[in-house]
Design a protein around this ligand. Structure first.
Ligand code: SF4
Length: 457
């Protein structure tokens, strides 16, 4: 693995970024999912429960639940070695158009259900894959139809993920015109060697060019994604990355710690060569690098706003998609493999384009698996997801669920307090920096017994 190299810095920064290998050796990055994206784990969602989704879609529309709309674009220029999504790098324009038409049909079917008819989204999200892989014409046609079916005139946020190498000034202008407010650039690293060995399609020149255009076009919010611990990452390069990100002055920076799920190219190579640990930095090093980055961003005036994000101005830089979902908003999700949620019922669409298209063509909804949550599971879901923000309010849970988390989780919270990860201040549960840096690992302690050892896929 590309172990952190010995100190070479005259400033002492590299010393601070270097974790002694012996201290870190019990925390090698092994294959598997680390990130907790939802609850209960996806492996509990089943094809035999999909009737639950239709039942709720036939019920009256709720009056007190926000709605979000998500569309998934599964196309990319190239597959990154760490990618665990089902992505397609070989589809031509007519195949992509057929996919977009299927997505529109899906939205049309949802717009006719009693649960969703007439509702206007609070937020809209384009994820992938690479939404910016689409042409301007494809994007305009898609979003015009989406707006006809679920109007955006009351929408507070339109978030859009982009790969820097797919962006031109013209495409960014079109995105502004369409109504995108939060542009998220998947930069991951500013070093060309690291981008190359990790299989990214873009290079730093394209990242700087996209950032330059984005800044002049006046999006409400520009986010950049970075990953701590990519293959070949070093303390010196991580320091340069963070300093470069600060110089570029985006509104928001999201930092993920590299994980190696089973269906990645890196895992396949590990398996072939009989390796147990992945060729990336260990968890202790990654936490250390993110901690150092958070400190640097704070010194530059940023605020840590979740386990993964720093924002320049917490008053104006919100992330409505995240915050609303973590408070139980409905999410109408369309497109292959996408995850949605209506009134406590989770669902996921068919994960491959072929069955997805077949089901849409047959006139139905392409839902593959589903799960109706209990009152207790909804309470746990919101509680653990909100803890990723670094704080959560007990009164919220008493009022919404009639449950006091300090009573329900007295043992777990007490244990995490003793270990210095959590504290209580009045009605707030606060997560310490050390806790925040490994929050996904700690959240499993709040899971119901039957969900603890579940595969998170
Ligand atoms: S750009 Fe994102 S979705 Fe596409 S291959 Fe890379 S990690 Fe996967």
């Amino acid at each position: 693995m590309p172990a952190p190299s010995p100190s070479q810095g005259s400033t002492g920064v590299i010393d601070k970024l270097t974790v002694p290998l012996d201290a870190a050796s019990d925390e090698q990055t092994e294959a598997g999912n680390y990130f907790v994206a939802n609850y209960p784990p996806f492996s509990f969602w089943k094809p035999e429960y999909t009737g639950e989704v239709h039942e709720i879609l036939n019920s009256p529309r709720p009056t007190d639940t926000n709605l979000g709309v998500y569309f998934h674009i599964p196309f990319c220029r190239k597959r990154c070695h760490f990618c665990y999504f089902r992505v397609y790098t070989d589809k031509n324009a007519s195949e992509i158009n057929a996919y977009l038409d299927a997505g529109i049909k899906e939205f049309e079917r949802y717009s006719r259900t009693s649960y969703l008819a007439g509702r206007k989204p609070q937020f809209v999200y384009f994820g992938g894959g690479t939404p910016s892989y689409l042409s301007i014409e494809q994007l305009t046609r898609l979003t015009d139809r989406m707006k006809d079916l679920f109007p955006w005139d009351e929408t507070e946020e339109v978030a859009f993920e982009a790969e820097p190498g797919t962006l031109t000034e013209k495409k960014l202008e079109a995105l502004r015109e369409i109504g995108v407010t939060r542009l998220s650039l998947g930069i991951e690293n500013f070093d060309d060697h690291i981008l190359e060995v990790n299989g990214r399609a873009h290079r730093s020149k394209e990242a700087f060019r996209a950032l330059g255009f984005a800044k002049t076009l006046g999006f409400d919010q520009v986010n950049i994604d970075l990953i701590a611990g990519m293959m070949d990452e070093t303390p010196e390069n991580w320091e340069r990355n963070v300093r470069t990100a600060i110089e570029q002055s985006p509104d928001c920076v999201t930092i993920y710690q590299m994980e190696i799920p089973y269906n990645t190219t890196i895992f396949k190579e590990m398996k072939e060569s009989g390796r147990i640990s992945a060729p990336v930095a260990d968890w202790k090093t990654k936490r250390h690098w993110v901690d150092w980055a958070f400190n640097e961003f704070e010194s530059a005036g940023y605020t840590v706003s979740s386990a993964y994000t720093v924002v320049k101005n917490p008053e104006t830089t919100k992330f409505i998609y995240r915050d609303s979902l973590w408070e139980g908003a409905d999410l109408l999700s369309a497109g292959v493999a996408s995850f949605g949620h209506f009134g406590g019922v989770h669902y996921q669409n068919q994960a491959d384009v072929a069955p997805y298209m077949t089901e849409v063509d047959a006139g139905g909804l392409p839902i593959f698996r589903s799960y109706r949550t209990s009152h207790e599971e909804r309470f746990i879901r919101e509680f653990i997801l909100q803890l990723k923000l670094g704080h959560t309010n007990l009164a919220y849970f008493r009022e919404k669920y009639g449950v006091d988390p300090t009573e329900r989780f007295s043992g777990t919270l007490g244990d995490l307090q003793r270990r210095g990860y959590f504290s209580l201040e009045g009605d707030e549960v606060l997560v310490s920096r050390e806790g925040l840096l490994q929050i996904d690992r700690l959240l499993h302690d709040f899971f119901l017994e039957q969900h603890r050892d579940a595969r998170y896929t």
